[in-house]
Write a protein that binds this ligand. Structure first.
Ligand code: PDD
Length: 295
């Protein structure tokens, strides 16, 4: 059986086998979910958009007032050692920084003498099969019960977890989060819709994670002259969209073809992946292959 986590993992300055990697139960990641993370896809053993992922990690650390324990070069060294040691060509690299372990439980920050906890590992990249892409996936809508700093990629993901589990319990792949009548994103993805040939994307606010894939989709829309509007999307617009897509580092661009049990889209495309989503998936593959797979 292929292991999900490659050996070695990186923990607090050391590369060691997963079964020897232990942390204190007083670590604030464990006690409070007080930490941040990143997930970086790796294609042909090259980390994709690594500078952007490390910049988002820094922005999240700034947002929770935690000093970055590693420099960008140090992170890149850790990442490349994990990639080299892992057996797979395509991987996902998980990075996590917590506020470390004090000798007591106290909500307020620990003293500066407490070192942050740093953990990183490589996994195989699990991509969507051609069969699933051909049919698209089902999703539900749920109220967005998260806090007001969803732009920070923090490890305290309980509201996202409960939303995703609601979707899974209903045989669906994703839960779309609606706040005050507007579509924000998915439990673990950004969401785009298409109406009358125009690609619509919710704006980056504190109520949405600024996805690295989201940015690439906007760049590709500009490159290919695709009509695009970045603006708030109402629940009614979502429900009457021609196409709905989810995007993330692991899902790339994936059509949502059923929403709350109703087919997405109209006419002969109803309940099937739409043409613009398929086009965007090809543009995304071309872009990825042009910079990752060559040489
Ligand atoms: N999740 N929004 C949320 C809430 C997410 O958790 C993610 C990614 C995204 C898409 O971001 P990106 O394009 O940078 O992957 C949007 C990752 C994959 C995860 O939690 O595992």
């Amino acid at each position: 059986m292929t292991p999900y986590v490659a050996d070695p993992v990186y923990l607090n300055g050391q590369f060691l086998p997963l079964d020897q990697a232990g942390v204190s139960p007083l670590d604030r990641g464990y006690l409070y979910g007080d930490g941040v993370y990143e997930l970086i896809p790796v294609y042909s053993r090259r980390a994709f958009r690594i500078d952007e992922h490390l910049a988002r990690l820094q922005a999240t650390l700034n947002g929770i007032q935690l000093a970055n324990p590693l420099t960008v070069d140090d992170w890149k060294t850790v990442i490349s050692k994990l990639i080299d040691a892992a057996p797979w060509e395509d991987q996902s690299i998980y990075l996590q920084v917590t506020r470390g372990a004090d000798n007591k439980r106290d909500h307020a920050f620990p003293p500066a003498s407490v070192s942050p906890g740093v953990f990183a590992f490589a996994s195989p990249l699990v991509t969507t099969s051609a069969e699933v892409r051909a049919t698209g996936v089902a999703a539900i809508t749920v109220p967005d019960l998260r806090w007001s700093r969803c732009d920070l990629k923090v490890i305290s993901l309980l509201a996202n977890i409960l939303a995703r589990q609601q979707a899974v319990d209903q045989g669906c792949a994703e839960a779309l989060l609606i706040r005050d009548g507007y579509l924000k994103e998915g439990a673990a993805s950004n969401i785009f819709i298409v109406r009358d040939g125009v690609l619509l994307a919710p704006p980056k606010t504190q109520l949405m994670l600024p996805g690295i894939t989201y940015d690439i989709i906007l760049e590709l829309a500009h490159t290919y002259g695709q009509a695009l509007e970045v603006r708030e999307i109402t629940e009614a617009e979502l429900r009457s969209a021609d196409e709905v897509w989810m995007t993330s580092s692991t899902k790339e661009v994936l059509a949502i073809t059923t929403l709350d049990g109703q087919p997405v889209g109209h006419g002969e495309n109803a309940g099937r992946p739409g043409p613009l989503g398929e086009q965007m998936w090809r543009w995304y593959q071309d872009f990825k292959n042009s910079i990752m797979r060559k040489g």
